[in-house]
Ligand binder design. Structure first.
Ligand code: HEM
Length: 306
């Protein structure tokens, strides 16, 4: 059995801590072994503080994969699809490792993050650490309900997890794309509710398709071209982050294929033949981006011994 990492399909939590790390030594045998011990840390906290609903994900960057796990590569793992069109861009700032820690307790996220860093500190540098949080009833900081259309139940697994027919060596794994978006909320809040709904393509209060929707609305541009129901090609696991100076969304996509994310990003940034791009990008911008692969638990544990 190839067991996926628990945090990939997990239901939403109240808190998250994201660690973006670069590996600074070439002792990949030690890193492989320590990544399996990170899983033990997740397990310990999950059992000891079961009420906190702890989940974690370890994902390995596209540029580092072949050094860590020589000879085996997930078929669709390639560098982040960086894009630029006019003033809209999706940069590639990918790191070697991305670790997602989530729980319903901020102190538990912090405790896990500290233990993970204690374990890995000889091998890595911490490029970025982001604390994210659930905002109101699951909204982005722009006021709109976020990721309510995510697949549910078994469909979650179908969308986010590779099955053996797709890629037998990497069954149980997931393609992860992350982007740290920074919002210009002052500008956003200068729009009326109707104008905001035009931009997002859904109503602010209940997330229903808005009568104001157009080809440049976010919910239209974000639909994967060519799919039957653009909703269900990726699982959105991102959360809002920020303080009183800087606010945004740490976007995370988990999928059984790397293609839907690329297609959606292109449709948002470059747009269609008529020049309709995603108007939401006039109010937020991606400051970072990275492509990763989160292998099955069994893969991480087996490779730790090799
Ligand atoms: C700051 C960044 C973003 C914010 C705040 C945001 C917010 C939203 C909101 C409020 C919705 C409608 C409600 C819902 O999620 O159920 C939505 C829909 C969606 N977003 Fe985003 N989004 C962001 C970036 C992205 C990116 C980068 C992608 C993919 C590359 C994406 C893909 C989608 C998809 C597939 C939908 C569903 C469209 C549909 O209704 O069929 N979003 N987003």
């Amino acid at each position: 059995m190839t067991q996926p990492q628990k945090g990939i399909c997990a239901e939403s939590n109240l808190h998250a801590q994201y660690l973006l790390l670069n590996v600074i030594d070439d002792d990949s045998q030690a890193v492989r072994a320590k990544l399996a011990r990170v899983l033990d840390i997740f397990d310990w906290y999950e059992n000891e503080h079961y009420e906190a609903m702890v989940t974690g994900v370890i994902a390995v960057g596209a540029g580092y994969w072949s050094e860590l796990y020589e000879g085996l590569i997930p078929t669709e793992l390639t560098a982040f699809p960086r894009m630029q069109c006019e003033d809209r861009s999706a940069p590639d700032t990918g790191t070697d490792l991305f670790i997602q820690i989530r729980a319903d307790r901020l102190d538990i996220c912090h405790a896990i993050g500290s233990e993970v860093m204690e374990l890995l500190h000889l091998h890595v540098e911490l490029v970025e650490q982001i604390k994210a949080f659930r905002y109101l009833d699951g909204r982005d900081l722009n006021g709109f309900i976020y990721a309510q259309d995510n697949p549910r139940g078994m469909k979650r697994r179908q969308v986010a997890i590779i099955d053996a027919r797709q890629d037998a060596d990497f069954a149980g794994g997931s393609y992860i794309h992350v982007q740290r978006f920074r919002h210009d909320l002052r500008r956003w809040k200068s729009l009326s509710e109707r104008q905001q709904e035009q931009v997002m393509g859904v109503t602010r209060e209940y997330n229903q398709p808005s009568p104001e929707q157009s080809d440049s609305s976010h919910s239209v541009r974000a639909c994967a071209p060519g799919s039957d129901d653009g909703h269900h090609d990726l699982l959105k696991q991102g959360m809002p982050y920020g303080d009183l100076l800087i606010q945004g969304l740490f976007f995370i996509s988990c999928a059984a294929s790397a293609q839907p994310f690329k297609a959606m990003l292109h449709s948002q940034i470059v747009g269609n033949a008529e020049g309709d791009y995603d108007r939401w990008l006039d109010f937020t911008s991606a400051e970072t981006g990275g492509a990763y692969f989160a292998p099955a638990l069994t893969f991480i544990r087996q490779q730790a011994a090799s």
